[in-house]
Design a protein around this ligand. Structure first.
Ligand code: SIN
Length: 307
């Protein structure tokens, strides 16, 4: 074997070990979807306040599994927001900032700015989150997590959400590329999805636009995670435009094509999924047109991402 071939073989065969979670919860049950990402959580009724021990166990489960699936929940908006509020201040989506601008103030039904409606039906031109993304990374302090509660699923089936672990995606890169990426920052621009993708006019003052490191450290687990996404990232700041485009495309495809970094959640009505935006991306699969799907999302403001 030539030297170059040997290097390629080593990279292709790079095996990533399963990290033991060490969790032994007493008040909840945890059934992993796979060893990398995702778990079904039992023993929690989200229509009631969580005990301190339940909250600590749910938080530990999020850090270990990154995407938590709670089935058969019957919750009001207040219950939903109470659960979200345990993890930090609730996030107001830039869409709501637009809606509260003076020219919109007297139009439309009263809205709750902390609830984001996620719906699709036969009139939809697009669905939210069909591009692989992490939520609202254009914000200076993007959401640390989001909780989507789906109450109506398509009669046809379908409408799953795919999630990918950015910890796993980072760890699967070669040490040389990891080191290179750690010296870089990237621009995340709300105009890319909201105007470029969905055709929404920008609010007064424009959509949020911010710079974050390309690799960040998860503030709770201390693990490194890849923090660029096709939905919002427009540029690696330290590189020439063509270099930036090529490297971003490589990183996005690395995330999107490695099924072993991913899990796929199949929704049933009254399922709530809580995902950790600091170390995941997701993609809403729109395979059910013209059927309908309805849900509401609460997100929690996180810290400014840092390496
Ligand atoms: C989103 O990006 O929050 C939407 C996810 C989904 O509808 O599955």
């Amino acid at each position: 074997m030539f030297k170059g071939e040997a290097q390629m073989a080593t990279r292709a065969n790079r095996k990533l070990e399963v990290v033991a979670t060490g969790l032994a919860p007493r008040t909840i049950t945890i059934a992993p979807l796979n060893p990398v990402i995702g778990a079904e959580i039992g023993g929690v009724d989200l229509s009631r306040p969580l005990s301190d021990e339940q909250f600590a166990e749910v938080r530990a489960a999020l850090n270990a599994h990154h995407v938590l699936v709670f089935r058969d929940q019957h919750i009001s908006r207040e219950d939903h927001k109470r659960f979200g509020g345990l993890f930090g201040p609730l996030h107001v989506h830039p869409y709501h900032v637009k809606d509260t601008a003076p020219e919109h103030a007297r139009t439309g039904p009263a809205r709750d700015p902390e609830i984001l409606v996620v719906k699709a039906d036969q009139t939809s031109r697009f669905v939210a989150g069909e591009e692989w993304h992490t939520d609202v990374t254009c914000d200076e302090r993007p959401p640390m997590g989001s909780m989507l509660y789906i109450t109506a699923t398509p009669e046809s089936g379908g409408g799953d959400t795919a999630f990918a672990s950015m910890i796993r995606a980072y760890e699967a890169l070669s040490p040389k590329l990891q080191e290179f990426l750690e010296g870089l920052t990237a621009t995340h621009d709300g105009a890319k999805p909201y105007t470029g993708g969905y055709g929404q006019a920008a609010p007064p003052g424009g959509w949020p636009k911010n710079t974050h490191p390309v690799v960040v450290t998860h503030p709770e687990s201390g693990r490194k995670t890849l923090f660029v996404n096709r939905g919002f990232t427009t540029r690696i700041n330290e590189l020439d435009r063509k270099e930036s485009d090529a490297l971003l495309e490589f990183l996005w495809r690395h995330v999107e094509t490695h099924l072993e970094f991913q899990c796929r959640v199949r929704w049933e009505p009254n399922t709530l999924v809580f995902w950790d935006n600091r170390c995941t991306q997701h993609h809403a699969v729109w395979d059910y047109y013209p059927f309908s799907r309805y849900g509401e999302r609460v997100s929690i403001v996180g810290e400014r991402p840092s390496l």
